[in-house]
Structures are given as C-alpha cells and as structure tokens.
Design a protein around this ligand. Structure first.
Ligand code: ZN
Length: 154
C-alpha cells in the first residue's frame, strides 16, 4: 500500500478499516461470490431490488485492503441506482482501473481506485467486487422473480 499516492491510500484505507454496508440481507433477490486466487481475496454480495433499482446492497468477504475497500465503495456507489446505471458504472470503474478514464471527481471515493491502476498485480483485487456484482446481476436475470437486467430502454 505504500506505493499508492497518499490521497488515494487514505480513501482506500478508510473504507478498508470502516467498511460501509458490510453484513447480510435477510431477503436478497440476487447474490454473487467472487475469488481472486492471486491475492486470496473473497467477496460475497447480496442485493435487494425495488423495481429495477438496487434498493440495498451488502457485502461480506476477506482479503487485502484494496479488495475490501473496493467492495465497500461499490455498495455506496450502486445503492439506489437502476440496473442500467449500474451497468454503466461497472464499465466506467473498469476503465478507471485500466487507467483509461480521465480525472473523475464526480465519481467520489471511487476515483481513488485510479491509484491502483499503476499496479497491475493489485488491479484484480480492486475489480473483484465489480466482477462479482456483474455476475450477481446476470444471475438475477434468470431468477424466479423474472427480473430483467439490465432493464430494457424506456
Ligand atoms: Zn488483494
């Protein structure tokens, strides 16, 4: 972690030490579990929908600070958003982590993930939660509730 820019490091460590939305949902509509064997990180996500919005998101997991901080930031960033907004956000975060997105202060804490882009070995730690979210939403497609993700355009 010492190689990260101080500003990015502070945001990431704060989320790792005090994760947001960590825990379990009693009635999850979708779930996903991801593993990064390179680092040993694990992330499980649970999602409850309200219509096409992600009304609540919780995560559990273990692993390095970057993996857990990224999951914590993810829950903050996607709660209340529609499936299509979340799809766009996942792609945008992936671009940030490839170093392809210009400075994006409107991304809030997520912008700190650009500090990880310079360290290829750690990028998988940061993308784990986002890949897990993508998987959870894809699984929700075929769920008994017959949800459609991403929703069709209006
Ligand atoms: Zn890791």
């Amino acid at each position: 972690m010492n190689d990260l820019n101080d500003l990015y490091q502070e945001t990431i460590l704060d989320h790792a030490r005090h994760p947001h939305n960590r825990g379990e949902l009693a009635n999850a509509d979708a779930e996903g579990a991801g593993h990064n064997p390179v680092c040993g990180d694990e992330v499980k996500l649970q999602i409850a929908f309200d219509g096409d919005r992600l009304a609540a998101v919780r995560f559990r997991g273990s692993g390095c600070a970057i993996s857990q901080a990224s999951a914590s930031m993810l829950t903050d960033a996607v709660t209340g958003r529609s499936g299509s907004e979340v799809g766009d956000l996942i792609e945008r975060v992936e671009r940030v982590l490839r170093g392809e997105e210009p400075d994006s202060p409107e991304l809030g804490d997520l912008d700190a993930l650009r500090g990880v882009a310079q360290f290829p070995m750690r990028v998988k730690c940061a993308t784990l939660a986002w890949k897990t979210l993508r998987q959870a939403l894809a699984t929700a497609n075929g769920a008994p509730a017959q949800r459609s993700f991403p929703p069709t355009a209006e």
